[in-house]
Ligand binder design. Structure first.
Ligand SMILES: [Zn+2]
Length: 255
C-alpha cells in the first residue's frame, strides 16, 4: 500500500475543509462565497495565507486570531480534520476517479450537515451541487441511471412516509422539506438498498442523540432535532463500506 497518495488526499481534503468552513459561515448569511477573501469575523482583518493553513495555523496560534486575539471556533479545525479524513479514506478505498467523486460529494454533505446543525436549514445551492455531481457520475458511467432513479425514489418516499406518520401521531412536522431533498440526492448516490440502511442507521443515531440531549438537559417534546447530520453520517459510512455492505446484502437476500 502506497501511503503517499492517501496522505496527499488528506492534505487536499483539509484544504477543501477550510473552504467548507467558508461555506458554513457565508451560505446561511447569503454572502458571496468567492469574495472578499477569508477574514476574521471579529476584527474583520484579512487573514494572510500563512495564517490560514488548514489545521496547522489553528494549533500554532493556539486557537486565536493572530491579529486581534479573538478565540477561533473549534469548528474550523474539526471540519478540516473530518474532511481530510474523508478524502484520505476515499482514496484508500476507491480508484482515483471514483475516490475523487465520492470525496467531493461527501464534502458537499459535510457543509450541508454542519449548516443544518447550526441553523436548522439546508441551503438549496448545496442540494443542487449534489444533483450536478449525480449527473456527472451518470455521464461518466460510475452510477447506473436505473439505480439512481430507484435510490432517489426510496430516499424521498420513505422520509415522506415517516413525516406523514409523525404528523398523524403527533400533529408535528418531524422532518423538514430539506431532509426530503437530502434523501433524494443521498438515495440517488447510494442506490435503494443502501439508502434504506442509511435511513435506518440515521434514525437510530437520531434517537440516541435525542436521548443523550434529553438526559442532559431534560425532556422537551418541542426540542428541534436536525436530522441531516445523522443522515449524512450514516450515508458517508455506508458509502465507504458499500462494497462490504453490498456483499452482506446479497447474502441476506439470497441465502
Ligand atoms: Zn481577528
Amino acid at each position: 500500500m502506497a501511503w503517499l497518495p492517501i496522505i496527499s488526499a488528506f492534505i487536499i481534503g483539509s484544504i477543501v475543509g477550510s473552504f467548507l468552513n467558508v461555506l458554513i459561515y457565508r451560505l446561511p448569511r447569503e454572502e458571496s462565497i468567492w469574495s472578499p477573501r477569508s477574514h476574521c469575523p471579529h476584527c474583520k482583518k484579512m487573514i494572510p495565507w500563512y495564517q490560514n493553513i488548514p489545521l496547522v495555523s489553528f494549533f500554532i496560534q493556539n486557537g486565536k486570531c493572530a491579529m486581534c486575539n479573538a478565540t477561533i471556533s473549534w469548528q474550523y479545525p474539526i471540519v478540516e480534520a473530518i474532511t481530510g479524513c474523508v478524502w484520505g479514506f476515499s482514496f484508500f478505498i476507491f480508484n482515483p476517479m471514483h475516490a475523487t467523486m465520492n470525496a467531493v460529494f461527501s464534502s458537499i454533505l459535510i457543509a450541508l450537515a454542519w449548516i443544518d446543525l447550526k441553523t436548522m436549514m439546508i441551503p438549496l445551492s448545496l442540494i443542487i451541487s449534489g444533483v450536478i455531481m449525480i449527473g456527472l457520475n451518470i455521464f461518466t458511467g460510475i452510477l447506473e441511471w436505473k439505480l439512481v432513479l430507484w435510490g432517489a425514489l426510496a430516499g424521498m418516499a420513505i422520509p415522506l412516509l415517516m413525516m406523514g406518520l409523525t404528523f398523524l401521531m403527533t400533529r408535528r412536522q418531524g422532518m423538514g422539506w430539506g431532509d426530503i431533498q437530502l434523501g433524494l440526492i443521498l438515495g440517488a448516490w447510494l442506490g435503494p438498498l443502501e439508502m434504506i440502511l442509511t435511513l435506518f442507521f440515521a434514525a437510530l443515531l437520531g434517537i440516541i442523540a435525542w436521548l443523550a440531549i434529553s438526559l442532559k438537559k431534560g425532556f422537551d417534546r418541542n426540542r428541534p432535532l436536525p436530522f441531516a447530520p445523522y443522515l449524512v453520517m450514516s450515508a458517508v459510512m455506508i458509502l465507504f463500506l458499500e462494497s462490504y455492505v453490498g456483499i452482506w446484502f446479497d447474502k441476506l437476500l439470497f441465502l
